[in-house]
Design a protein around this ligand. Structure first.
Ligand code: SF4
Length: 380
């Protein structure tokens, strides 16, 4: 297949759905005793709801929405620290737009900007670098956020700043890794997970082998998937076929984009600039060992934590979730978004209470946008 439309072909989708139904029957999965498949990536969550795949697949297949939306797992304390940085005189704080509305303890970056902080949205850390070049009398801080997909571009911007000796640029590094939370979820005795749809964009960078432990140590299948409807249906079928056949392997449905061993240039840049933190806090999941990255000492001149004495460098604090927020339970698949008492009433995309309602990749926002909101009576 060559064009996007071909990955949305209804005839091919119907054929795949028939095969999914047949294999689900062979496994003996039913609505009462479903196969639990976690899609790790927020982009997959969005696509599943956008194309109604959760309704098209048989009741014996249940999607669990994993922690793969970087905005959704950002703890409130980190948002508070971003605002503290932005409040410093002379600082221009730069961030991707989707972090602007994530709730902090008392306000979001958007609200802090409205209150007068110099916070600017950028499309790339290179935009922040350019701001630093143009404003030599200001400190430009870039909010490094996201999984292995965005981590290399931040690393390359730090390397470039070092080459240029650009002393007024730094990164507040909150980059996180995909494999450690999967391990944490598999180690959780309350989780029921039968297989995974693996992240496409992250795997483009790291390859498929960082997931080997899922099949080898936990006996669960994982299929790295693309983002079109046929990609996802084919990946679900591949997971189900592994379960039916009693196999557990790492398979690559997205081979047209994901190289087996990832992108060596990105991997080298990440290894040069970052090292794992002993542990890192995830919203809704708590502290997870070696799940976050920090900037290596040789680049400390461009590390906002070291430069401003903030974040984990200052002994990061943990802030409890907002009262009534069930994001942690949704993120670990214990409840569906519509089961949260705040869904569609106290929490909407316009006025999010929890982070899962902020980004379009958040499970609650996807439910709300593509039909879940209809399950909720409008607020008085
Ligand atoms: S509806 Fe809002 S508060 Fe409830 S789980 Fe979703 S994002 Fe969190």
């Amino acid at each position: 297949m060559k064009y996007a439309e071909e990955f949305r072909d209804p005839k091919a989708a119907r054929a795949l759905l028939a095969r999914i139904a047949a294999v689900t029957d062979e496994i003996g999965a039913t609505a009462e005793n479903p196969v639990h498949i976690m899609e790790i990536c927020g982009g997959h969550t969005h696509a599943i709801f956008r194309y109604g795949l959760d309704k098209l697949t048989p009741p014996g297949v249940e999607f669990i929405h994993g922690p793969g939306c970087p905005v959704c797992v950002l703890p409130m304390a980190r948002v508070d620290e971003c605002i503290q940085l932005a409040e410093r005189p002379g600082v221009i704080f730069t961030t991707f737009g989707d972090a602007m509305r994530v709730p902090g303890t008392s306000r979001s970056l958007m609200q802090a900007k409205a209150d007068g902080c110099d916070i600017r949205m950028v499309y790339s850390p290179l935009d922040a670098l350019e701001l630093a070049r143009r404003n030599p009398d200001r400190e430009v801080v870039f909010f490094g956020l996201g999984f292995e997909t965005t981590t290399p571009s931040t690393a390359l911007s730090i390397q470039q700043a070092a080459r240029e000796g650009l002393g007024n640029f730094s990164v507040f590094c909150n980059h996180i890794l995909v494999p450690p939370p999967i391990k944490a979820l598999l180690d959780d005795p309350h989780m029921i997970l039968d297989g995974f749809v693996g992240p496409g964009h992250v795997s483009m960078v790291i390859g498929i082998h960082p997931y080997d432990f899922i099949a080898r140590d936990y006996g669960k299948p994982i299929v790295v998937a693309g983002f079109e409807p046929l990609d996802l249906l084919q990946s679900v079928l591949m997971v189900l076929e592994q379960i039916r056949d009693g196999r557990a392997a790492v398979e690559n449905q997205y081979a047209r984009v994901v190289p087996e061993h990832g992108n060596p240039v990105s991997i080298a840049a990440m290894a040069d600039v970052y090292e794992p933190r002993p542990s890192f806090e995830w919203r809704g999941l708590g502290e997870i060992d070696a799940s976050g990255l920090r900037i290596r000492a040789r680049y400390s001149a461009w590390d906002a934590e070291a430069k401003f004495g903030i974040g984990y460098a200052a002994g990061a604090r943990v802030v409890p979730e907002q009262e009534g927020c069930a994001c942690g339970q949704v993120m670990t698949g214990r409840i569906k978004p519509t089961a949260c008492p705040m869904f569609g009433t106290g929490c909407t995309p316009e006025m999010p209470l929890g982070a899962l309602m902020v980004s379009s990749e958040g499970a609650c926002a996807a439910y709300y946008q593509y039909g879940g909101a209809r399950a909720v009576e409008p607020a008085e």
